[in-house]
Design a protein around this ligand. Sequence first.
Ligand code: NAD
Length: 261
Amino acid sequence: MKTIVLTGAAGNIGSALRQGWSDGRYQLRLNDIKPLGEMAAHETLYIGDLRDAAFCSALLEGADAVVHMAGIGTDLELELLIEHNLKALLGVYQAARTHSVRMIYASSNHAIGMYATDIDIDEYAAVRPDSLYGISKVWGEGIARLYFDKHGVESVCLRIGSFEAEPFERRHLHTWLSHRDMQHLAECCIDAPQVGFQIMYGVSANTQRWWQQSDNPIGYQPQSNAEEFAARIAAISSRGGPLAEQFQGGGFASADYSNTK
Ligand SMILES: NC(=O)c1ccc[n+]([C@@H]2O[C@H](COP(=O)([O-])OP(=O)(O)OC[C@H]3O[C@@H](n4cnc5c(N)ncnc54)[C@H](O)[C@@H]3O)[C@@H](O)[C@H]2O)c1
């Protein structure tokens, strides 16, 4: 049985994955700085801060893959982004190099959020971050690329859209990632024989998705489609005002926008 490190296990996505894997299909090392409750037989508790290099090394030693969900998940102060999305990630990658562990890295659609909403892009489109948070995800993709090219550490970078139990606003017609598809995506990353370096869009099979996957070496087959909810959500405008409708990053793109050209 594979041993999987799940960082950020107390968070939105981490706790959903933990629940999805409650059947014990993987040996799980659960990490967070927040409490994680009772451990099941297939779970081991690793409470600790990923900015601590020695802790990262102990966490990853002997593991098969890391599903790295820990970090700051929104556009907070630069200092927090530097600490948790940059420094902590570097420590995790250093441990992955030391112990030859595959990385599954939670990037974000906000790495490409300044693309206009009237075009589709694939995973090879140039990055266009929409915020300092988006830049922190570009940094993460850069680390992943560097550690594969220079040290052979395999990575799948997941540009996650909107992870929600159900879509609830118009933007989600394009960006929704269901719980089912997130779990399947993570399993494809873990179970594929080889992944090399790959960027995958973490998005469901939404009819109106903006993000097309050109290469899919892991065999990700999303099944959910936000279109089923269109009658309920198509009229619910996206958070961030009218400008948010123009950019794929939505409210992250419209925040502090001042381009008059
Ligand atoms: N939820 C989404 O729709 C979405 C969309 C795009 C990208 N993402 C990315 O996916 C990841 C998970 O998202 P989420 O919504 O579950 O976030 P979340 O904020 O709910 O969970 C993140 C967890 O990471 C933990 N954490 C933060 N810094 C840590 C550190 N130094 N050491 C150990 N643990 C630490 C936090 O305590 C928290 O429990 C994030 O990196 C986020 O940027 C999420």
